[in-house]
Design a protein around this ligand. Structure first.
Ligand SMILES: [Zn+2]
Length: 211
């Protein structure tokens, strides 16, 4: 079985993943950054069929592409407010140069994802509605801004919480299969085992637990 995974990194540094998990032409997007052109071009050139998008959390650098994506999109509805209202977030990072309207299109709950082979973990901390999407059959986990190869997501933004982040590292990340590959919302991927051993932020949080 050949699993194809392509990564398109946005100007916002967030990753848009195009995954073909079923050894056929069906692909799933993971996260929708503002600039989807390259990813959509890739889909067209390779005659792929888009099944939908899995959004890890509502920050604009992972969801603004909703506006240009005419397929089913799934998210934890706890983050719906963020995904629909990017203006405040964008202002905080880029000033008033960009004027973005509220998103009023469709957004579905991750509970409606039509594939039993995809597992969803709630891991609040970076935002209230942050989730990870696991494809156990192929050993991949898409963590958004929960866990990066060398860090963890910020907890000082709207609806973030350091206590919830610690709890999520403790109860979600620490139970991930050590041989699985983490594909984060920013930066390169890494094996769960290696991240446990080398990611200083996670080491501190997991040590806190035992001391
Ligand atoms: Zn984020």
């Amino acid at each position: 079985m050949t699993i194809k995974l392509n990564t398109f990194t946005s100007f916002t540094t967030s990753n848009c993943y195009v995954l073909q998990p079923f050894d056929n032409e069906v692909c799933i997007f993971i996260d929708l950054p503002p600039d989807l052109d390259d990813a959509l071009k890739y889909v067209e050139e390779n005659n792929l069929t888009i099944a939908g998008a899995l959004i890890t959390h509502g920050h604009y650098d992972h969801s603004l592409g909703l506006r240009d994506f005419n397929y089913k999109s799934y998210i934890n509805l706890d983050d719906q407010f963020l995904a629909r209202n990017p203006q405040e977030q964008i202002k905080a990072f880029m000033g008033n140069a960009y004027d973005v309207e509220e998103y009023e299109g469709e957004l579905r709950s991750f509970e409606e994802i039509p594939y039993d082979s995809i597992k969803v973990y709630k891991n609040p901390g970076h935002t209230k509605g942050s989730v990870s999407y696991e494809f156990p059959n192929i050993g991949l986990i898409f963590t958004g801004d929960f866990v990066f190869k060398d860090g963890i997501g910020r907890t000082d933004l709207y609806s973030g919480s350091i206590d919830e982040m610690k709890h999520s590292i403790d109860h979600v990340f620490s139970n991930f299969n050590e041989d699985f590959e983490i594909l984060p919302g920013h930066g390169p991927s890494g094996k769960v085992k290696s991240i446990k051993e080398n990611n200083e932020y996670i080491k501190v949080m997991l040590n806190d637990r035992t001391s």
